[in-house]
Design a protein around this ligand. Structure first.
Ligand code: 2HA
Ligand code: ZN
Length: 269
């Protein structure tokens, strides 16, 4: 069977980025079993031939009406599929969907009828807002980074910007590469509308959002950039935890040092 990726270098590159990131998530221990999700807006790589391709499934309701997704296409990880399998065989563990004209349902068009993640509604709701805002963000990544999730198990780190400031102060690049910091969503059931809505709210101010006692959600230009943001924050969390394991509370960079960094990199306050 011919893959939709054949002869389409742009689309292939995006799917390959997803596969590469899926491998990193597994290697880092952030993606046990089927944990985590990746959804990419690939509409810019869709040609007339793809637009004519027949659906290979019946329309499935999204569970929400998302007007900005009209005519859009997404690559989505399949439900119950493993990240480590997505890494090796992206088109067998994920699929490309077309949003139907009602903006409330989708069909799968390629390569195989792999049903998208259980959290597709939440991811698509975020994409709907990303498009409405007219930004360049095309990728949403959800994963379970061990250190960040561990840190979400205490209330003191869940207060607004406490964790952001702590992580920024662990190593200079953290603020440079994650300049809007880490938003916090108090515990909510995975896959719930409440979780999706709270995530959207936090994404107005932050690029990465912590789901208390569960994981993180990042939105960025592509899968690689979304991964990098989570990776940078996790590195800072590891430094903090390592210092604590050596028996001391790390000093963190001083306010002076943070200020100097912020100016040098021309970062928002
Ligand atoms: O889809 O991680 O939170 C697997 C998950 C859901
Ligand atoms: Zn999860």
């Amino acid at each position: 069977m011919k893959s939709i990726l054949e002869g389409r270098p742009g689309l292939t590159r995006e799917v390959n980025k997803v596969a590469e990131v899926a491998g990193y998530l597994w290697q880092k221990g952030w993606a046990e079993r089927n944990g985590g999700n990746i959804t990419i807006n690939v509409t810019e790589f869709v040609d007339d031939e793809i637009r004519q391709m027949p659906a290979i499934t019946e329309p499935k309701p999204i569970g929400a009406t998302l007007p900005h997704l009209k005519g859009c296409y997404f690559f989505c990880k399949g439900t119950q599929k493993r990240m480590r399998d997505l890494a090796r065989w992206p088109m067998e563990n994920g699929s490309i969907i077309r949003i139907c004209d009602d903006c409330a349902s989708y069909v799968i068009i390629a390569d195989q009828p792999v049903i998208p993640t259980s959290e597709v509604a939440a991811h698509l709701t975020v994409h709907n807002t990303l498009i409405a805002e007219g930004g360049k963000k095309k990728a949403t990544v959800h994963t379970h980074p061990i250190e960040l999730v561990a840190m979400s198990h205490t209330n003191k780190f869940l207060e607004k910007d406490v964790l952001t400031n702590l992580l920024w102060s662990m190593i200079p690049e953290t603020k440079a590469f994650c300049p809007r910091g880490l938003g916090i969503v108090p515990y909510k059931m995975a896959g719930s509308v409440e979780l999706a809505e709270a995530t959207l709210e936090e994404l107005k101010d932050y690029d990465v959002v912590m789901w208390e006692k569960h994981g993180v959600f990042a939105a960025d230009t592509d899968a690689m950039d979304a991964f990098d943001q989570i990776d940078v924050l996790t590195k800072a969390a590891q430094i903090y935890i390592n210092a604590r394991c050596m028996g001391f509370e790390p000093d963190g960079m001083s306010e002076e040092q943070m200020k100097e960094m912020t100016i040098a990199y021309n970062l928002p306050k």
